[in-house]
Design a protein around this ligand. Structure first.
Ligand code: AQP
Length: 328
């Protein structure tokens, strides 16, 4: 069975972009693949979050993954920091990736431009991400479009390591959905919807339905009043069409054909999104009442993940010339 791996940062409340761009695919993949999913809490440290907030966000992220439909009986679900092999292999990845390659990453450029303090970890983030993926002999990585460049770099790192040291890693491919791969901010449709940008244009998965409806009603469009799917020329309107298409499993061009005015497009999109989010909100409330069960799932997932990760790490260490660890 092909293996699928992906991760999400506990950097705040999950939003519609996370759901449509990534999490829905994660749920679909667990049925016919060996699925490994991870809350990447070490990545969240790159921006020095408040420790209590990080703890809360980490538990909430794991609860959210189960709420959207990740089934711990089908998928391995764990916290990145519980499996120490991630951090150890990351060092080997840092020694394999080029400084120039990291400097070209657009996500680093964007995030460093808006940060007062730019940590070295933010810069080397793609090396840790490569470690996350390669530790599990991953074939497929379901992600949103913003992660395309990182996964391509991960492939380059795996190929370089394999050339240097012999066959060590499976070279993974990204899987990016046809609709929902790039959900844009409703107020600034040139920017992607994001957890860490506090914007009135971000739609939280757990947000109150009336607030979701209000945000769609106030979504930025344009003044020519023509419903057409053209993300470059009409980013706001195309974003609404893309969200409605992704939420209802349709094609954006045929969705656009059904509307001649912005008002009905906005209210139908809000309704479709609320319909998608309502059962997730209910499930989240239910699961949150039993934190011990979440902790149990994560501990069992970490044990399972550790078994695979330890084997891959040992192979990488040996191939690179490190002396195998001797049992004491
Ligand atoms: N706007 C988006 N549209 C589609 N997919 C998206 N993803 C993120 N934003 C969008 C996908 O969600 C998965 C998990 O994201 P992440 O938290 O690991 O990465 P991120 O890019 O850092 O997400 P955010 O929401 O923008 O968080 P912050 O603000 O913390 O940086 C990934 O598969 C990503 O592609």
């Amino acid at each position: 069975m092909a293996r699928v791996f992906s991760g999400i940062q506990p950097s705040g409340g999950m939003h519609l972009g996370n759901l449509l761009g990534a999490l829905r695919n994660w749920v679909a993949y667990q049925h016919e693949h060996d699925a490994v999913y991870c809350v990447v809490d070490l990545h969240a440290l790159t921006t020095a979050p408040d420790p209590a907030e990080l703890r809360d966000n980490t538990v909430a992220a794991a609860t959210m993954l189960m709420s959207v439909g990740i089934d711990p009986d089908r998928s391995t679900l764990f916290l990145q920091s519980s499996v120490s092999e991630h951090a150890e292999l990351a060092w080997m990845m840092e020694c394999t990736v080029g400084f120039g390659e990291l400097r070209r990453m657009t996500q680093f450029k964007d995030k460093s431009d808006r940060s007062e303090f730019v940590s070295a970890g933010l810069f080397t983030y793609p090396a840790l991400q490569a470690s996350d993926i390669l530790l599990y002999d991953t074939d497929l990585v379901p992600v949103g479009d913003d992660q395309r460049q990182h996964i391509e770099l991960c492939r380059d790192i795996a190929e370089r390591f394999n050339r240097r040291y012999g066959d060590t890693f499976v070279v993974p491919a990204h899987v990016i959905p046809e609709t929902g791969a790039r959900v844009m901010d409703l107020q600034n449709p040139d920017d992607k919807m994001s957890k860490s940008l506090e914007s009135a244009g971000t739609v939280g998965v757990l947000e109150d339905p009336d607030s979701v409806t209000r945000k769609f009603k106030r979504a930025v469009t344009d003044s020519d009043n023509e419903v057409r799917y053209d993300p470059a020329a009409k980013p706001g309107v195309s974003n609404l069409i893309g969200i409605l298409a992704a939420a209802t499993g349709q094609n954006p061009v045929s969705v656009a054909d059904e509307y001649s005015q912005y008002g009905p497009l906005k209210s139908d999109t809000a309704d479709a999104v609320n319909e998608l989010l309502n059962p997730i909100r209910d499930r989240f409330a239910e699961l949150s009442s039993d934190p011990a069960e979440i902790a149990r799932v994560l501990a069992a997932g970490a044990d399972k993940a550790h078994t695979v990760a330890a084997t891959t790490l040992e192979r990488a260490r040996t191939n690179a010339g490190l002396i195998p660890r001797q049992p004491t």
